[in-house]
Ligand binder design. Sequence first.
Ligand code: DQA
Length: 146
Amino acid sequence: MKILLINGPNLNNLGKRDTGIYGNTTLPVIVAAVKKRAKELKVQVADYQSNVEGDLIDFIQDESASADAIIINPGAFTHYAYALRDALVDADKPIAEVHLSNVYSREDFRHKSVIAPIAVGQIAGFGWRGYIAALELLVDRAKNNK
Ligand code: DQA
């Protein structure tokens, strides 16, 4: 089983960026933690981060055929990026949407996700642990046929 781990804009700055909201954990540390758990679960993870919507779409187009599921934190693209959403629809794989922060306790514009309706589910507000939960949920779901 192979899972894509995709992070959108500004998430490369985790650890420096608004630590009161996003915490001190950097993206490389999060990716390493997900890969460690994936190894225990005997699952492969291919990770990618970009600040550019088109680059995220290229990665999804290039990699989704060989993947079984997708974990994505689309950053602010969550709230308006229809082209990214279309690429995820075309990928036709189970999606877990992850947010470090509880987007529903923040500004109104963060309450809408254009990705959530095409995802299996969304995890928001648990910081970096949300990515581990997403991995475990997708793997369990695949093994147990939903
Ligand atoms: C975020 C929430 C988004 O609203 C924001 O634009 C981000 C990070 C989160 O992980 O909490 O960049 O996706």
